[in-house]
Write a new protein. Structure first.
Length: 130
């Protein structure tokens, strides 16, 4: 007998493992920053990678808990749980926060790609847990 339903197990697994997809996303974004902006700053950017990853995870886990899991529950209840809908729901808070913090396309693209990587990572785990 299993103590938790399959839906609960999927949500818990997606919550704990999904945000870890942020680590390669930050690495790729910082690598692109080095390639397209300034090669001389590569040491500085790669030195900041652990800091960016740690801060990103510190934001990703609470955001997944307070925004992602309720979104999955509501979308599942209404029969609209798809990756596309989750990505759209995930981009709304990023877009609103970008408007208030720094309304530039570069800032929005950075956080939208990080948010999308967490959503895709959580979706992958959610679909793979039996």
């Amino acid at each position: 007998m299993k103590a938790f339903s399959q839906f609960t197990r999927k949500n818990v697994g997606a919550f704990f493992i999904g945000p870890l997809a942020l680590i390669p996303a930050v690495f790729i974004l910082l690598s692109l920053e080095i390639v397209f902006n300034n090669q001389a700053s590569s040491t500085m950017w790669m030195g900041l990678f652990p800091l960016y990853a740690a801060i990103g995870l510190a934001i990703a886990y609470p955001a997944t808990l307070f925004l992602g899991v309720p979104s999955v529950v509501v979308l599942k209840k209404h029969g609209r749980l798809t990756l596309t809908n989750l990505l759209l729901v995930g981009l709304v808070p990023i877009s609103v926060a970008t408007l208030f913090v720094s309304p530039t396309i570069y800032f929005w693209l950075f956080f939208a790609s990080c948010s999308s990587s967490v959503i895709i990572g959580a979706w992958y785990v959610y679909k793979r847990i039996e």
